[in-house]
Design a protein around this ligand. Structure first.
Ligand code: ADP
Length: 293
């Protein structure tokens, strides 16, 4: 089953066009929606999750017309929003049980078994009697996945889930996401390139409401082969190089900027050709440097 998005547009009443004619085909598995802050990711996620209306366009999950059959979609949707809000002072077990009732799992025996299995699945069983409010960031996100999995959804949406997690928690969360994405569509919206490069077989990049790329991360990286050059420079050289080249990225290594530039031929001057990584792809697309020399 695919999620098919066609010509989706949305302009808010303040005039901001958050989605500009987006068309996307999202297959089963983990799909990364990558974009800087303000790109339109949450608008797209909330629209797919039936929480807001687009101005135009259509979304289908298999046969379900998402915009006109909201109830049908909601039966098979698991959603982990960016802000889960304040958790009541309930234990993980009680809260999951309550959310399962809200999702229509009325048989209490079935519900008990489901809650236990979900707690095991996200590795929170031993903390089931603890308050979710007191959980660490990573545990809260794993709890968020447990609640999103209630009712075996075919579509799971997670909006910026790794922001604020430490590296260990982030890895545990990555493992969980890859496990659950085997037979369902999981859309992971993020501004963190590493989330997508480590996890997603398919991806899209959006910025200012526009789709800049859709496809495999590897295909996008291959397309930049031979054009990315790297050099560790002195801070004092930065302005000069900025004037001469299109800098894709700059990060400090032991206090000195390690820069990547895009250039069709060898720029000389100590630059070394490197394989393109997803960060090069991301910044090249977002800064519109594709056609730069
Ligand atoms: P992202 O999730 O990628 O950070 P958003 O979808 O939240 O992006 O926002 C896209 C753009 O739409 C931003 O410029 C944001 O300020 C604007 N925006 C988002 N929600 C609203 C709203 N309810 N009213 C007006 N503008 C909004």
């Amino acid at each position: 089953m695919n999620l098919s998005i066609t010509n989706l547009s949305k302009t808010y009443s303040n005039g901001v066009q958050a989605l500009d004619n987006i068309s996307l085909e999202i297959p089963t598995g983990l799909f990364g929606l990558l974009g800087p802050n303000g790109a339109g990711k949450s608008t797209l996620m909330r629209t797919i999750a039936t929480l807001q209306e687009p101005d135009q366009g259509s979304i289908y999950l298999g046969d379900i017309d998402v915009i006109n059959e909201k109830h049908e979609l909601r039966k098979t949707l698991g959603y982990l929003p960016q802000e889960f809000g304040v958790y009541p002072k309930s234990s993980a077990q009680d809260l999951l049980n309550h959310l399962a009732i809200l999702k229509g799992v009325i048989n209490s025996k079935e519900r008990k078994a489901m809650v236990e299995s979900l707690l095991h699945r996200v590795n929170l069983y031993e903390f089931r009697k603890n308050r979710v409010n007191d959980f660490s960031g990573g545990m809260k996100q794993r709890f968020g996945i447990a609640q999103a999995l209630i009712g075996n959804p075919n579509l799971i949406i997670v909006d910026e889930p790794t922001a604020g997690l430490d590296p260990g928690e982030r890895n545990r969360f990555y493992n969980l996401l890859s496990e659950i994405s085997e037979n369902v569509i999981v859309i992971l919206s993020t501004h963190i390139v590493q989330d997508v490069s480590q996890l997603c077989a398919n991806m899209a990049i959006i910025n200012r409401g526009k789709l800049l790329y859709a496809g495999r991360p590897t295909t996008a990286m291959d397309a930049l082969t031979g054009r990315v050059w790297e050099k560790l420079i002195d801070k004092s050289e930065l302005t000069m190089i900025e004037n001469e080249h299109h800098i894709i990225s700059s990060r400090l290594v032991s206090g000195n900027p390690l820069i990547h530039i895009i250039h069709d031929e060898n720029p000389g001057n100590g630059f070394k050709q490197v394989p393109a990584d997803l960060e090069d792809v991301f910044f090249t697309k977002v800064m519109g440097l594709e056609t730069a020399a």
